[in-house]
Write a protein that binds this ligand. Sequence first.
Ligand code: BT5
Length: 264
Amino acid sequence: MPPEKLDAATLKNNLQTMLVGSEIHVFQETDSTNRLAREFLEKDAENGLVVLAERQTAGRGRFGRSWHSPAELGIYLSLVLKPELTLKHISQLTLMAGVSVILAIEEATRVPARLKWPNDVLVHGKKVAGVLCEYCAEPDLPHGVIIGIGINVNQFPDQFPDELKSLATSLRIESGEPLDRTPLILSLLRHLDGEYEAFLLEGEAHLIQKWSEHSDMWDRSVIVKQGGNLIEGTALHLDPVGRLVIADSQGNELAFDSGEVSLK
Ligand code: BT5
């Protein structure tokens, strides 16, 4: 069977959302959907605009890292939101996107995906999806948030580059079956819509609880890398604003609002 192609009209016609997907653009190829979404935002994009690409030539991760984005095998999606929020809330949108990815994967597959703070979706310890939230607040330009989501859907193991083979997985590898991306994208957009609305109406408490329930970090030994420092401890919980709280070897509780976590 030829690979399934994404189509903006099909997505739009089957969309069940209030805000997310107010406009949908599908590109054959781009450097990064987050960069493209930012360009739309700067031209005053509609709140809820979604950009998808079949392939990214310079997909971005956090801290200048890259996201491997082979043609037609994954989902590369960016959502433009224009909330009236502070920076504190922006990191909570990363958690909101992670929860939405998990719910969509649960709906479409039996793959047991779990969250790792702040932006990773793992299956059996390997990364199947990642979130990159970027805040645009330049003077004289429209302000907003770009939520970028990458999901590995139909890759076989040998379709990952060598450096990712032990770190990455796909839904196909985990379920043993190919998966159509269109229903998964529709489910993801519906969950983003619902979770975002709930977050705006009710605040972050419920979101943080939901995120925590879908994570298996708790009580595990972790190393948090922040700047040049490595801090070892046991992951305890998220605090009320979504920071990761760990206990170090002396039992002191430390809260992190950013960083890179390795599970031991
Ligand atoms: C992320 O960064 O996990 C955020 C990834 C966001 C990608 C989406 S795709 C649509 C949108 N447009 C963009 O340009 N980006 C977003 P981070 O936590 O920094 O993880 C990056 C690291 O994950 C890399 O350094 C690799 O080790 C690993 N990695 C790269 N590509 C991967 C892949 N396809 N699957 C699993 N791991 C990958």
